[in-house]
Write a protein that binds this ligand. Sequence first.
Ligand code: TYM
Length: 334
Amino acid sequence: QTRILTGITTSGTPHLGNYVGAIRPAIAASLAPDVESFYFLADLHALIKVQEPERVQRSTLEIAAAWLACGLDPAKVWFYRQSEIVEIPELSWFLTCVAGKGMLNRAHAYKAAVDKNRAEGEDDDAAITAGLFMYPVLMSADILAFNANQVPVGRDQIQHIEMARDVGQRFNHLYGEHFVLPEALIEESVATLPGLDGRKMSKSYDNTIPLFAPRETLKKLIYSIVTDSRAPGEAKDTEGSALFQIYQAFASVEETQAMRRAFAEGIGWGEAKQALFERIDGEIAPLRAKYETLMARPQDIEAILVDGARRVRAQHVSPRMKALREAVGLRDLS
Ligand code: TYM
């Protein structure tokens, strides 16, 4: 049996990168037979970056509504808030005690923060929290707690999944085969969706297109995607074109081929942007309507999350933790 698990950090408004990298493939994968899926809101991870309680709460609601609007069925998929699974931080500690510090030194997010400090002439670890450093261990706990074997993510998360494998393997080596080692599930055509400025679409670069931006805002944002200055009639490069890459993430293989030809034949940027807008809006508009209905009833979303956490703890996490506490030599609390 396949177990699929993925999470989104509740540090902002869900964007197209989250949708094509995680939400869309996860929902498609969960429809296959013999699959059990676990989709959650990584609100403990959010605390690493966001120290504004209202923002974490707002983001939790928005990301939960986004999953539901995109078709997640809480009767078929385990759907919960990470922070309600109180066993996760406990497991995270067990894993902290086997994780190599040298491995964590190499984590991209931590290294980027060190590099930034160096560039600014600061001490290596200036203003870096232990939370940022331990981020990959907490993420390992999320995955290993459920013995998930497939994790649909964008390319930026591959290293974290490899670290989860490493940590799981070390634990297994010391205590016996408790953990299944997970694999990343990456959709190659959309592995890294670029943002408005051509860099990876990311909350930290402020270059995102919100998944459920109102139609007019969506259009305005799409028209603001960077392009070169070639005029209509001049052939355009698909290579390195943010516009083309985003188009590809939303179009069929045939449509992508047609757009490739249009680029070669010198389609104007305005026309290409209009085509992209129509493609995205065509896919998103029905979901946007559902999202708006859901956002008008936050108490319903809350009830779904509370119920999901309660059930998944009883069914999966409690028995797992009982076995793991015993494995490491701690007293059984049940
Ligand atoms: P987060 O919140 O940064 O992103 C959520 C998901 O969206 C994907 N993604 C993208 N995919 C393609 N192109 C982009 N520009 C893009 N931007 C974001 C991410 O790859 C991710 O799949 N640490 C995770 C959350 C997490 C998690 C987990 C994920 C916590 N525990 C366990 C999987 C399993 C994160 O911060 O993702």
